[in-house]
Design a binder for this molecule. Sequence first.
Ligand SMILES: Nc1nc2c(ncn2[C@@H]2O[C@H](COP(=O)(O)OP(=O)(O)OP(=O)(O)O)[C@@H](O)[C@H]2O)c(=O)[nH]1
Ligand SMILES: [Mg+2]
Length: 241
Amino acid sequence: MEKRPIVIVPTYNERDNLPALIDGLLHTPALRVLVVDDSSPDGTGEIADTLARGTHGRVSVLHRTGPRGFGLSYIDAMQHALATDATDICQIDADLSHDPADVSRLVAATTGADLAIGSRYAPGGRIENWPRRRMLLSAFANQYIRAITGLQVRDCTSGFRCWRRDALQRLPLARLASNGYAFQVEMLWEAASAGCRIAEVPITFVERRLGASKLSSRVIAESVVMPWRLGRVPRYDLELP
Ligand SMILES: Nc1nc2c(ncn2[C@@H]2O[C@H](COP(=O)(O)OP(=O)(O)OP(=O)(O)O)[C@@H](O)[C@H]2O)c(=O)[nH]1
Ligand SMILES: [Mg+2]
């Protein structure tokens, strides 16, 4: 069957990155894009509207107005994407850390898996231009999450993913608790618990060049607590590559 992928792009103050990202994404044939903007003060939402014009519906924009949040944005956008006829629902950061040209490799990987993760830590994966402090934080975060939850994925915190529609539909989106990047870990935990087949696809991750990080101490604190709230993955007999 011909795939009809859609990629969700969460944005908060990404005006300098979004045009190049959308341009890159539209190079992949048949790929549709859903930008979910949290009323960015820098006008990213309006820029997204402008970029959407003239794309014959390939790019659409969801403007959120209520409480802001990474997790809340993804939950809204995933529900929107599931209301379309998309066969695969992808996630990508807006800051060009993920190469839009890699989306097609993730989509291809969901032929044999329910969830494909763009992985910095699978053999062949790389990180460019990260300061040592950030490397250590990420490596520690992954060890910590795996030790507490029993997840076997190497890159548990990656924001570059592709879900098969039927797998995403099975997950309890409406009752997820986390709002920061712990959302990614919680989704992964739910997927593993639901018996999803998870594949890791090596990627090169490049540190953002423009705009500011939203990694706050509140977000880090949530990420420290969340694995304990999740506990051990209940059923986990996956064949990981
Ligand atoms: N809609 C929405 N998007 C957000 C929010 N916070 C972050 N994002 C987006 O989520 C993606 C990842 O955020 P980043 O700030 O790049 O976080 P990070 O990758 O951990 O940090 P850096 O490595 O410094 O870039 C980006 O596309 C952000 O614009 C939010 O509250 N709402
Ligand atoms: Mg980033």
